[in-house]
Ligand binder design. Structure first.
Ligand code: DGL
Length: 263
């Protein structure tokens, strides 16, 4: 297998990882991307660790061995939290595995340098909120007040294209107690990127929202350079992204394609 001239694989439980794919495509203009949305098994946030590890391994095998991927972006906080260590043990150093994690560091820096008062509110799936990976990350910044809130249903609602009003109502009911007590919000799930505006509507313009998409794209670029895997040219600009989905459903596939700019 010619990994050097290979593609870059992305996966998530559905559309969430497309938020990272978009940033990455702008940063790495000569790469070809293969995106796998595992909508059949979504939501990931309520699955067990062993289920998430097995799903992640199966998808990585598909991306690496059937789609010639030279690097993998686990474009899902939940799968990163559960499986990144196992994936790295299995595929690195040959295939760099890049995970996504909540942008706590830039949020803490923002709060400190602007002398902001109030919580940093971190929103994520139940698996991510209860996971050791997040605990470790938060412990690094324990001087600050980070409040974690698990949203059991939000990724599902976004994945199923539920109305803005029902998403607003769901979020308002759960989060209104934090309005006026929050200095910034960290999105700890890649799906939430697509409802940033609704979260802004609830909390107001003054509350800054952080997501990990650009950080992940930059980390991927750094790892490709470090491993001498970056493409200098591209053969066909029209086939930069290929989308796969585990659901045999034209509507879901079409939604993935629209969000990623394929159609
Ligand atoms: N998009 C995923 C994440 O970043 C998972 C959402 C879900 O399927 O629960 O955590």
């Amino acid at each position: 297998m010619d990994f050097k001239n290979g593609n870059i694989g992305f996966f998530d439980s559905g559309i969430g990882g497309i938020s990272i794919l978009g940033k990455t495509m702008k940063l790495l203009e000569n790469e070809v991307f293969i995106y796998f949305g595992d909508s059949r098994n979504s939501p990931y946030g309520s699955k067990s660790e062993s289920e998430l590890i097995n799903l992640s391994i199966n998808i990585c095998n598909f991306l690496i061995f059937e789609n010639n991927c030279k690097a993998i972006v686990v474009a899902c906080n939940t799968a990163s939290s559960a499986a990144i260590r196992f994936l790295r043990e299995r595929y690195e150093p040959k295939i760099p595995i890049i995970g996504v994690e909540p942008a706590i560091k830039p949020a803490v820096e923002f709060v400190n340098s602007n002398n902001k008062k109030g919580y940093i509110l971190l929103l994520a799936t139940p698996f991510t909120v209860n996971g050791d990976k997040l605990r470790c990350l938060i412990n690094k910044y324990s001087k600050n007040t980070i409040e974690c809130f698990a949203l059991d249903y939000l990724a599902y609602m976004i994945e199923h294209n539920e109305s803005e009003q029902s998403i607003y109502d769901y979020l308002y009911e759960r989060l209104h107690k934090y309005i006026n007590n929050v200095s910034c919000i960290v999105l700890g799930c890649t799906h939430y990127y697509f409802v940033k505006n609704i979260i802004k509507d609830i909390f107001g313009e003054g509350v800054r929202i952080f997501d990990g998409s650009l950080g992940t794209a930059m980390e991927l670029r750094r790892r490709l350079i470090e491993n001498n895997l970056i493409n200098k040219t591209i053969d066909n600009l029209n086939t930069r992204v290929q989308i796969y989905n585990s659901l045999d459903n034209e509507k879901v596939l079409r939604c993935h394609k629209i969000l990623s700019g394929v159609i």
